[in-house]
Design a protein around this ligand. Structure first.
Ligand SMILES: [Zn+2]
Length: 55
């Protein structure tokens, strides 16, 4: 018996945890569990880019 109605579960891209509806930190088109995870993801993204765009 397969579940047809699958709930959309959002995972935090930083820590891979399931995000609860009430606890979402939305930034740059992505959902994180909190600001820390967003900052962490941001740092990783910046570290991956070779170009520095500081103004
Ligand atoms: Zn997280």
């Amino acid at each position: 018996m397969a579940k047809e109605k699958e709930e959309q579960v959002t995972n935090c891209p930083a820590c891979k945890k399931h995000l609860l509806k009430a606890k979402k930190y939305y930034r740059n088109g992505q959902y994180f569990c909190n600001k820390n995870c967003w900052v962490k993801m941001n740092k990783e993204a910046k570290a991956g880019s070779t170009e520095e765009t500081e103004s």
